[in-house]
Write a protein that binds this ligand. Structure first.
Ligand code: ATP
Ligand code: MG
Length: 137
């Protein structure tokens, strides 16, 4: 089994889509092993998206991520990283496959409802960024 890091982003939380998104994740074999609702502060959001610093979409991305609460969570399952990204769909909802979370719920390439780690290394870094070891079940 593998673990990945997931965020239910502000656009989804504010539109009451937490349950619908969890339903998609859980029904595809991903189990929640840690979860909390938090309001990111600017430093946390900038640190999380440090790899995108300097890109044109970086500032609006940070503003969006701190605009409302998010759910940060750790998902576990067989091939969790790959399964999660398949269930999410690609970054731009207009290009995402029908039946994916982003195709069905996202508002735009920025307000795209969910985040999922893209590699084992990212998953480990992102989990440790938000969770202490004793918070993981
Ligand atoms: P993927 O890695 O599959 O592209 P991702 O969610 O990891 O999905 P990143 O490229 O890492 O996407 O970008 C991080 C986030 O920044 C995106 O999820 C989205 O919210 C925002 N973003 C990315 N590209 C753009 C863009 N061109 N315009 C606006 N926002 C963007
Ligand atoms: Mg990414």
């Amino acid at each position: 089994v593998e673990r990945t890091f997931s965020i239910i982003k502000p656009d989804a939380v504010t539109r009451n889509l937490i349950g619908s998104i969890l339903q998609r994740l859980e029904s595809n074999g991903l189990s929640v092993v840690a979860s909390k609702m938090i309001r990111l502060d600017r430093e946390q959001a900038e640190g999380f998206y440090a790899e995108h610093k300097g890109r044109d979409f970086y500032e609006p991305l940070i503003e969006y991520m701190i605009s409302a609460p998010v759910i940060v969570q750790v998902l576990q399952g067989e091939d969790a990283i790959t399964v999660n990204r398949r269930v999410m769909g690609v970054t731009d909802p207009a290009k995402a496959e029908e039946g994916t979370i982003r195709a069905d719920f996202a508002l735009s390439v920025r307000e795209n409802s969910v985040h999922g780690s893209d590699s084992v290394a990212s998953a480990e870094r992102e989990i440790a960024y938000f969770f202490a070891p004793e918070e993981l079940c």
